[in-house]
Design a protein around this ligand. Structure first.
Ligand code: C2O
Ligand code: CU
Length: 456
C-alpha cells in the first residue's frame, strides 16, 4: 500500500495539470492534504486541506445555463461535503450534511450535478465541520460567465481569507475554542489574498479590471478600499446591481459575501495600485497591481451587468416570521432549548453552545417556516447580541426591505450589526429544505442555524 505521504505527493503532482475529466465530463474534485507556502519564508510550509492540491481550491468557471458535474473524492480522515454558496441550486445538491445529503465518508465519493441558472461570482466550500475544514483551505471560486461579459482587460477573482497559524506555521488546532465560539468567531493571524500573503498582478495605466472579491474567512469582516483604481461595484453576492454604484468609500465584505467591481487603473507607471484592507491600526495592501505604461482612453462608464432570471417578491399576501438572534458573550440570553431541553446559559456554555435563534440552539427539528412554492416570505431579524453576524440563506437570494419600503439589492448573506433589526424578503421559488445560518463558522457550530422548508 502507498503510504499517506507518497500518496499526497503524487496527487499534488497531477493536480498541477488541469484536472482530467471523467468520461461523462465530470470534474474530479479530490479533497486531501497538501503543503503550501503561506507564512513568511523563515517558517515551514503549512499543511492545508485542499481541492485538487490547490489553494484556493480548483477554480471552476462555466457558462451561465451550463450544468456543473463534479465528483467529490474524499481523501481526508473526516466526513466532508461541498456547498455551492449562492447558487440557486437543486436542493439535493446543496451539500448540507444531515439536511440535504449524508456526509461523504473518508474514502468515499459523491457526484454533484446541477444547473447554473445565474451568472456571477460564487464559491464553494466544505459544509462539514466547516470551522475546521474551511479554515484548513477547503474552498474555491465558482465563476459563472455571462453570455455577454463586460469588456474588461482583466477578469480577476480575489479570495480574501485569514488563517490562525500556530508557532510552527501550522493551522492552529483550537477549532472548538469556547472563546471564539462565544465572541466574534475564529479570527486568523495571517491575512491572505488567493492564498498568498502578498498577491500581485501586473496592469497598465488605463486598463479596466473586473475584480471579483470573495470573503472566505471564518469570521473576519473585511473593510476594503482602493488606491490607484477608480470605478463602480456592479454585483453583490453574484447578483447584478440594477445601477452600478461608484466606489467612493470603504467597502464592507462580511464572511461569504462577494462584490464585483469594474475599475480603471488611474495609477501611473512607477506607482502601484492597491486593494487595501483597513484594520484598526491602519491599512495594508491585500493585492498590489504593479503599473506599466498604457494608454488612458476615456472609456464609457461600465453598464449594468445583464440581469439574472428574476423571481419577483410580492409583499401582498407574504408569509411573515421573525427571527430573534440571542446569546454570546455579553449577551442577555438566560436560557434556550438544546436537543429539546431548556437549559440555562451556564449549562449551555458547559456544552460549548452559545447562540440561539428564536430560543433554539442548533438546527431545530422543525423549520423556522414552511411555505408553498411561489409564496413570498418576510423574515424580520433582530440581533440582540453584542456581535455582528453574517446571516446566509441557502438556495434563494433575498432583498432587504429598506426603511420606506423599497427593496435593497438581492443578496445571499446579510451582515447584521449588534442591536440591529432588519427585514428581508424572498420569493420561495426553489423547493426544498434550506439552511439559514450565521456564516461566522464558530457561531454556526455553537448553535446559530435554522432552516426553511419550501414545499413544491
Ligand atoms: Cu457558505 Cu451554509 O454556507
Ligand atoms: Cu454569528
Amino acid at each position: 500500500m502507498l503510504s499517506r505521504r507518497t500518496f499526497m505527493i503524487s496527487t499534488v503532482a497531477c493536480a498541477l495539470a488541469r484536472p482530467a475529466m471523467a468520461q461523462d465530463g465530470a470534474i474530479p474534485l479530490r479533497i486531501d492534504a497538501s503543503r503550501h507556502r503561506i507564512a513568511p519564508s523563515e517558517f515551514p510550509e503549512t499543511e492545508l486541506w485542499t481541492v485538487n492540491g490547490q489553494f484556493p481550491g480548483q477554480p471552476l468557471r462555466l457558462p451561465q445555463g451550463a450544468r456543473l458535474r463534479a465528483d467529490l473524492i474524499n481523501d481526508i480522515a473526516q466526513p466532508t461535503s461541498l456547498h455551492w454558496h449562492g447558487i440557486r441550486i437543486d436542493n439535493a445538491m446543496d451539500g448540507v450534511p444531515g439536511l440535504t445529503q449524508d456526509a461523504v465518508m473518508p474514502g468515499a465519493r459523491f457526484r454533484y450535478d446541477f444547473a447554473l441558472p445565474d451568472a456571477g461570482t460564487y464559491w464553494y466550500h466544505s459544509h462539514a465541520q466547516s470551522v475546521e475544514q474551511v479554515e484548513r483551505g477547503l474552498y474555491g471560486p465558482l465563476i459563472v460567465e455571462e453570455s455577454q461579459p463586460p469588456d474588461v482587460d482583466h477578469d480577476l477573482t480575489i479570495m480574501v481569507d485569514d488563517i490562525r497559524l500556530d508557532r510552527g506555521a501550522q493551522v492552529d488546532a483550537g477549532f472548538d475554542s469556547g472563546m471564539d465560539r462565544s465572541h466574534g468567531g475564529r479570527i486568523g493571524n495571517i491575512v491572505l489574498a488567493n492564498g498568498m500573503p502578498e498577491f500581485g498582478h501586473p496592469v497598465r495605466t488605463g486598463d479596466r479590471l473586473r475584480l471579483r472579491l470573495i470573503n472566505t474567512a471564518n469570521a473576519r469582516i473585511f473593510t476594503l478600499g482602493l488606491q490607484g483604481l477608480r470605478g463602480v461595484s456592479v454585483a453583490l453576492d453574484g447578483m447584478p446591481l440594477a445601477r452600478p454604484q461608484p466606489v467612493e468609500d470603504r467597502l464592507t465584505l462580511a464572511p461569504a459575501q462577494r462584490i464585483d467591481l469594474i475599475v480603471d487603473v488611474t495609477a501611473r507607471t512607477g506607482e502601484d495600485a492597491f486593494l487595501i484592507s483597513f484594520e484598526r491600526d491602519g491599512g495594508y495592501a491585500l493585492a498590489t497591481f504593479g503599473v506599466t505604461p498604457g494608454t488612458v482612453a476615456t472609456r464609457p462608464a461600465p453598464a449594468p451587468l445583464p440581469p439574472n432570471p428574476d423571481f419577483p417578491i410580492t409583499l401582498n399576501g407574504a408569509r411573515n416570521v421573525t427571527l430573534l438572534m440571542e446569546g454570546g458573550a455579553m449577551g442577555r440570553m438566560r436560557s434556550a432549548t438544546l436537543d429539546g431541553e431548556t437549559r440555562d446559559a451556564r449549562a449551555l456554555a458547559e456544552a460549548n453552545m452559545f447562540w440561539a435563534l428564536n430560543g433554539h440552539v442548533g438546527r431545530p427539528k422543525v423549520p423556522l417556516i414552511k411555505v408553498a412554492l411561489g409564496e413570498t416570505v418576510r423574515i424580520g431579524m433582530a440581533n440582540d447580541t453584542a456581535f455582528p453576524h453574517a446571516m446566509h440563506l441557502h438556495g434563494m437570494h433575498f432583498s432587504e426591505i429598506l426603511a420606506g419600503g423599497a427593496f435593497g439589492p438581492l443578496r445571499d448573506t446579510l451582515l447584521m450589526r449588534p442591536g440591529e433589526a432588519r427585514e428581508i424578503a424572498f420569493a420561495a421559488h426553489n423547493p426544498g429544505d434550506w439552511l439559514l445560518h450565521c456564516h461566522m463558522l464558530s457561531h454556526h457550530a455553537a448553535g446559530m442555524g435554522t432552516w426553511v422548508r419550501v414545499v413544491a
